[in-house]
Design a protein around this ligand. Structure first.
Ligand code: SF4
Length: 190
């Protein structure tokens, strides 16, 4: 019989649970807690996914009920992480769109200001574009001190994150190279 790692964990969990119950019924034996390595009992839509945080590519199971994420846990059948999760992976629930602590509005703090102001997305996108253009136009260097063409802008840096996918990374790289940005980095390398 082909037994997946998950089946094995389920079977051994049931076996150990029964063993613990027998131990609890025996006089003079300390009360045993039921052992349950897989707490997800409810039949909810469970889908596999890949952790977006870094290139390790650990596998996770996401369970949803009535359109809401109710559980995220390491996928025990995934060959890379075998069900484990680092601290970032273990906090994946925070990324889900229905996390009540997730911000849905742009918050802006003026230079020198102490308070956050709510702004619209249109305002934020226009403001970012305006500041990038202003800085780039002021700092663009076409030739270096020896007359060599460099076409670079050293006053802007771009820091990418692991939650970006391949297509987003491609577009960001293209945009930054077009602007002449040379300081293009990724948070996993810092
Ligand atoms: S952040 Fe952690 S859980 Fe996510 S892929 Fe990287 S090592 Fe795996």
């Amino acid at each position: 019989m082909k037994l997946s790692r998950r089946d094995f964990l389920k079977a051994s969990g049931a076996g150990l649970g029964g063993f613990a119950l027998l131990g609890a019924l025996k006089p003079g034996v300390a009360e045993a807690r039921p052992f349950n390595p897989l707490p997800l009992k409810k039949k909810v839509g469970e889908k596999t996914t890949i952790c977006p945080y870094d290139a390790s590519g650990c596998g996770f199971l996401v369970a949803a009920e009535n359109g809401k994420v109710v559980n995220i846990e390491g996928d025990p059948d995934h060959p890379i992480n075998l069900g484990a999760a680092c601290s970032k992976g273990a906090s994946l629930r925070q990324l889900s769109a229905d996390n009540p602590r997730r911000l849905h509005k742009v918050l802006y703090r003026r230079p020198g200001g102490a308070d956050w102001e709510e702004k619209s997305w249109d305002w934020a996108i226009n403001e970012i574009a305006r500041r990038i253009k202003k800085t780039r136009d002021a700092a663009f260097t076409a030739k270096d001190s020896q007359g060599r063409t460099v076409n670079r802008c050293e006053e802007i840096a771009n820091l990418g994150g692991s939650a970006l996918d391949n297509e987003e990374c491609y577009l960001l790289s293209k945009m930054n190279r077009a602007l002449g940005v040379v300081y293009l980095e990724h948070h996993a390398r810092i």
